[in-house]
Design a binder for this molecule. Structure first.
Ligand code: SAM
Length: 331
């Protein structure tokens, strides 16, 4: 998934820096507290004793229940095959987020909107009738989220849809499985505010990748939450927004205190924070806070990011940012 702030491309750098300091992860509990797509937790899943993954957004919880929580083989193929031939349904997504519906929005082609409704309803029925296990439910729902996102008619996020159906949105939605790593250990997945959860968990390595600017994930990915929850509500305004979480990490006046509380309450020996030079907290503010609680260090890497150009949605412009990895050994 093309996700704001995804660390997928930086995961090798982050993992190697963590291992340089912490050493072998075999007996260690690793926590990815702002897990998003789960990219960093996934890279420690087979090597650590346990991964704890958390995110305040529900779609992210589903993705992480699958990519991190699921660790035993599942028999899924017949269900994927059945989803791919499901009879179209004019359901909530079609009615509110496709041109053929009444909302005058075009987040998906009419055909794909009806396919999403059909697949989503089938998955729910299988769960309710106990045809599938909870693990398979997460797997199928994560697969639907990933593949629906790939045919969304947006420049990148769900803050707006495009006037005309772009090429990738014209493709027929088909489910490809959201494969996860099989391993022996059990993992834990949560859907909570980081500052609340931190009071109840403990481990060895805490990885923090909070939002670094004012863009709320709940607003930017509202449609993924809507597909994941598939609940009934009145979509608001032109974009069809739902009620969404507001994060303290997206607020200039609140982020400093929230971050300090988080570090103070963390019962982890090592803490790593990804943040960049465009963040709401300056490098010096982060350093000052972390130094209050132990030994501090910093590594950086220059990173080429791509920004979607709103007018020509496929033309991405490259620009460089400096990505910081702040390091704290709590004493
Ligand atoms: C920069 S993204 C993380 C990206 C992730 N490392 C990845 O590679 O996909 C920040 C994440 O923090 C989550 N988030 C924001 N505020 C939060 C909070 N108070 N508690 C938990 N998660 C939060 C967002 O939903 C978002 O997924």
């Amino acid at each position: 998934m093309n996700y704001i702030g995804s660390k997928y491309k930086l995961s090798k750098f982050i993992k190697s820096e963590i291992e340089k300091i912490v050493g072998n992860m075999k007996d260690k509990v690793f926590c990815d507290l702002f897990a998003g797509t789960g990219a960093i937790g996934r890279s420690f899943k087979t090597e650590s004793k346990k991964v704890i993954a958390n995110d305040i957004e529900y779609y992210s919880y589903i993705l992480n229940q699958n990519y991190i929580g699921n660790h035993e083989r599942l028999k899924y193929q017949s269900y994927i095959d059945e989803l791919n031939v499901a009879q179209d349904v004019k359901g909530f997504i079609y009615k509110n987020y496709c041109l053929g519906g009444s909302g005058e929005r075009q987040y998906f082609s009419d055909e794909n909107g009806k396919r999403i409704d059909a697949m989503r309803q089938k998955i729910e029925i299988w769960k309710k009738t106990k045809e599938i296990s909870e693990n398979l439910y997460y797997f199928l729902l994560a697969s639907l989220l990933e593949n629906a996102d790939a045919v969304a008619n947006t420049a990148s996020v769900y803050g707006a849809y495009l006037k005309n159906l772009k090429k990738s949105a014209q493709k027929e939605l088909n489910i490809r499985p959201a494969l996860f790593e099989v391993n022996e250990h059990e993992h834990e997945v949560y859907n909570e505010d980081a500052n609340e959860l931190i009071k109840r968990i403990e481990g060895d390595v805490l990885y923090l990748d909070p939002p670094y600017n004012g863009r709320e994930y709940g607003a930017n990915y509202h449609l993924l939450n809507t597909i994941a929850r598939y609940d009934d509500f009145a979509p608001k305004g032109k974009t069809g927004l739902r009620e969404y979480n507001r994060s303290l990490y997206c607020k200039k006046r609140e982020v400093g205190k929230a971050f300090d509380d988080l570090i103070k309450n963390a019962r982890f020996k090592y803490i790593f924070l990804s943040y960049n030079n465009e963040g709401l907290m300056t490098k010096e503010e982060v350093e000052t806070t972390m130094k209050k609680y132990g030994r501090y260090d910093l590594v950086t890497t220059d990173y080429q990011r791509f920004k979607a150009d709103k007018t020509e949605n496929r033309n991405h412009t490259a620009f460089g940012t400096t990505e910081y990895l702040h390091i704290l050994e709590k004493t």
